[in-house]
Structures are given as structure tokens and as C-alpha cells.
Design a protein around this ligand. Structure first.
Ligand code: URA
Length: 186
């Protein structure tokens, strides 16, 4: 556990805990307000993210940005990261061992950010954070509170690119998050 962002980020840059380190161009650590009340957790970097070292900058990220804009969520005010910090080859789902190896970094990020709400983007984020038994289809759109943090599972933005109906549900889920902050005093 690191108490400072610089130390944590440095430790990730040298990371060789799993095989994903072999093919990465860049680590995708995370981006945004390090004291955000709202945090987003995706699955893992894709090709664009690997090339730029930043999360959700490809097609899925652009779709997420559109939803943010429409709902009045400012990207620079939230914190965005992933379950794994290095790109899985051909964008496959991270293997159990890869996710487990990387999870301590994410836990450390959550401890430093201290968010009130975490949006879990897709099945990989949901299962690794809240439990392998949970399915995204039945869990999405429903608040889960754990140790004082409110979790909102929703579709991964890449799923929206394939299915218009999921877009509507994704927006509804994020709308609940916006309402949460309207109704919760600071
Ligand atoms: N998909 C993810 O899960 N994370 C990213 O950063 C980009 C695409």
C-alpha cells in the first residue's frame, strides 16, 4: 500500500507481476481527479489506450464521453481506471491470474481517491470487485453498498457499440448516479 500517487504509479511502471507486461506499449494507470467522489472502473486497455497510456480514449471511450456530456458529468472531475493496467492481447478478457495480480493496485487507487460512488463498467469489473457469482445482466442498474462505497454496475461502453438497447440502459444507470449526487449533501 502506497500513501502517495507518485510511488504507486512508479511501482506499476516497473510491474512484471503477470504476462501482460511483455507486450504492453504503455501502462494505463488511470486518469482524472485523484480526489473524485465518482470513480469508473473498466476492464483493461485496448489498442488506443495502450498506445496513448490513457484509459477510455478509443471508440468505447468516445461513447462514454458522449453520455458524460449529455448527463452533465465532467470527465476531468471523475477518476477513471481499469481492472488491469496493461492491454490483454487482442482485447481478450483478462485471465483470473492477471486480474488478481493487478487488483492490489486498484485497491490502492480506491483508498487514495476515497470515492463515494464507483461505476463498474461491465462484467469483468463487477466480478472482480464485488464477486464472481454476480452477473452483469441481472446486477446492472442496481445499487450495491459495501464498506460505505456505493457501487453502480452497468454495461461496458464497448457493449453499447453492438447493441442500441444497452445504450438506453447505460444512460439510465448513469442517470441514477447523477441523481445520487443531487440528493446527497457533500
Ligand atoms: N475498455 C476498457 O475496459 N478500458 C479502457 O480503458 C478502454 C476500453
Amino acid at each position: 500500500m502506497y500513501n502517495h500517487w507518485e510511488e504507486l504509479e512508479k511501482s506499476i511502471h516497473n510491474c512484471q507481476k503477470c504476462q501482460l507486461c511483455k507486450q504492453r506499449k504503455n501502462i494505463v494507470f488511470g486518469e482524472g481527479n485523484q480526489q473524485a467522489d465518482l470513480m469508473f472502473i473498466g476492464e483493461g486497455p485496448g489498442a488506443d489506450e495502450d498506445a496513448q497510456g490513457l484509459p477510455f480514449v478509443g471508440k468505447a471511450g468516445q461513447l462514454m464521453n458522449k453520455a458524460f456530456q449529455a448527463l452533465g458529468i465532467k470527465r476531468e472531475e471523475v477518476y477513471i481506471t481499469n481492472i488491469v493496467k496493461c492491454r490483454p492481447p487482442a482485447n481478450r478478457v483478462p485471465e483470473e491470474q492477471e486480474a488478481t495480480a493487478c487488483l492490489d493496485y486498484l485497491r490502492n487507487q480506491v483508498i487514495l481517491v476515497k470515492p463515494k460512488v464507483i461505476v463498474l463498467l461491465g462484467s469483468t469489473a463487477l466480478k472482480n470487485i464485488l464477486g464472481k457469482e454476480l452477473g452483469i445482466t441481472s446486477s446492472r442498474g442496481k445499487w450495491i453498498e459495501k464498506k460505505g462505497i456505493y457501487y453502480m454496475p452497468t454495461w461496458h461502453p464497448a457493449a453499447l457499440l453492438r447493441d442500441e438497447n444497452k445504450k438506453i440502459e447505460f444512460w439510465k444507470d448513469l442517470k441514477q448516479v447523477v441523481e445520487f449526487f443531487k440528493n446527497t449533501p457533500n
